[in-house]
Design a protein around this ligand. Structure first.
Ligand code: ADP
Ligand code: MG
Length: 240
């Protein structure tokens, strides 16, 4: 579903992604772990066309991610992204945030989009919060609105960039529970996370990124319990 082949990315003269090749199959959950500054966010942003990459190739469901407007539009309807800081429209209610994409990007009839948005908000545990503004919701609730918004686009895959890092600890569980539910339903997910418990229990595979290099990848149990590479061992010693 997502296929990266020898992807390179520079910011000016600084190379931040140094030839990464990886795949996410349909229905797979892949977690990306690695130190701060290793290029995790940049890699996700390249996958959905928020950033241009400058070498190699990224394909989503067979379509090459290119910088032309048509390709970007197509990729954005196939791949949704959930950000660390929720990125909701602050002047719109939860329901309005969720229907925005379906109505304006996918041209779905408003009534249909609203009905589906209510169902999606219920799915993420937010029945009764349809008319709340983001400022009236906790961080965990806002992040669940963001997940409902991502689902509303009926994506082939969802990218998550540290979806629980900005949350108070007691709110993390609700968001992870929703993500676990999506994984169980077979959603294809690429998740940058520091939640090693989530990675261990939910991920089919884990990628360890360090300094823009994909140092190691494999089944979650192998990477997290028996990492082969000293850099992975060192990172896990520090975070576990
Ligand atoms: P991570 O998400 O793993 O913490 P990032 O992808 O955010 O890492 O950053 C990777 C590297 O790219 C870092 O060295 C960071 O400083 C640099 N970087 C990220 N965004 C930009 C940008 N817009 N301009 C210049 N450098 C950037
Ligand atoms: Mg990041």
């Amino acid at each position: 579903m997502i296929c990266l082949t020898d992807v390179h990315k520079h910011y000016g003269s600084l190379e931040v992604i140094k030839g990464v090749s990886a795949e996410v199959a349909k229905g797979e959950v892949v977690c990306i772990i690695g130190p701060s500054g290793s290029g995790k966010s940049t890699l996700l942003r390249c996958v959905n066309g928020l950033e241009a990459y400058d070498g190699g190739e990224i394909r989503v469901s067979g379509t090459r991610v290119d910088r032309n407007a048509r390709s970007i539009r197509e990729i954005r309807t196939r791949v949704s992204m959930v950000f660390q800081r929720f990125n909701l429209f602050s002047n719109r209610t939860a329901l309005e945030n969720v229907v925005e994409g379906p109505i304006h990007v996918k041209r779905e009839p408003r009534a249909e989009a609203q009905e589906r948005a209510r169902a999606l908000l219920a799915k993420v545990g937010l029945t009764g919060k349809e008319d709340a503004y983001p400022r009236e919701l906790s961080g965990g609730q806002q992040q669940r609105v963001a997940i409902a918004r991502a689902l509303a686009m009926r994506p082939d895959a969802i990218l998550f960039d540290e979806p629980t890092s900005a949350l108070d600890p007691e709110l993390v569980g609700d968001v992870l529970r929703v993500m676990r539910g999506l994984a169980e339903e077979g959603m294809t997910m690429l998740v940058v996370t520091h939640e090693m418990g989530f990675a261990r229990e939910v991920a089919d595979r884990v990628l360890f990124l360090d300094g823009g290099v994909l140092v190691e990848q494999g089944p979650a149990a192998d990477i997290l319990s028996r990492p082969a590479h000293p850099r992975t061992q060192d990172f896990l010693r520090r975070v576990l």
